[in-house]
Design a protein around this ligand. Structure first.
Ligand code: FE2
Ligand code: FE2
Length: 166
């Protein structure tokens, strides 16, 4: 049985992952308007991925005979500026999520909930990957600088983001 405290925290994380999905979907629209279809496709895939994260937690709460309580999701911004500032906003958001996951992992330990800890280990690892990916893209955008041709080439690469990522 999940402790009340952990159940509340897991539910908050379900909402946080859905919020991330909402944010990335808005960034996808922003990239569409900016005529960067590769970045748009990448953000759409990212939004889907965040929904997947929400469902992992959602299913875990239900598997433990807990109660899912979804929270409100704030409306995301619509204009994120350049590709660079958009990806910087992505990295900032991922860092926030990493801190939330770390707090959740600590709480699961404090509550002696070993199944929750094992489940959350996946998220701890995933956040390292999420931050690394965003940092890599930012570094490449900085290399591209004001070179439109380099940005277009990068957009093509972003569009070829393969499946299989979680
Ligand atoms: Fe996530
Ligand atoms: Fe993420």
């Amino acid at each position: 049985m999940l402790s009340k405290k952990l159940q509340v925290a897991l539910n908050a994380q379900v909402t946080a992952e859905l919020h991330a999905s909402h944010l990335y979907l808005s960034m996808a629209a922003h990239f569409s308007n900016a005529d960067l279809p590769g970045f748009e496709a990448w953000m759409r895939a990212q939004a889907e991925e965040e929904r997947g994260h929400a469902f992992r937690l959602f299913d875990f709460v239900l598997d433990r005979d807990g109660q899912v309580e979804l929270g409100a999701i704030a409306a995301p911004a619509t204009d994120f500026g350049s590709a660079l500032t958009t990806m910087e906003a992505t990295l900032a958001h991922e860092k926030k999520v990493s801190a939330q996951i770390n707090d959740l992992y600590k709480l699961s330990g404090d509550e002696n909930d070993y199944p929750a800890q094992v489940m959350l280990q996946w998220f701890v690892t995933e956040q390292v990957e999420e931050e690394k990916t965003a940092m890599d893209i930012i570094a490449r955008l900085k290399l591209a600088g004001d070179d439109g041709a380099a940005l277009l080439l990068m957009d093509q690469e972003m569009g070829s983001r393969g499946g299989g990522e979680e």
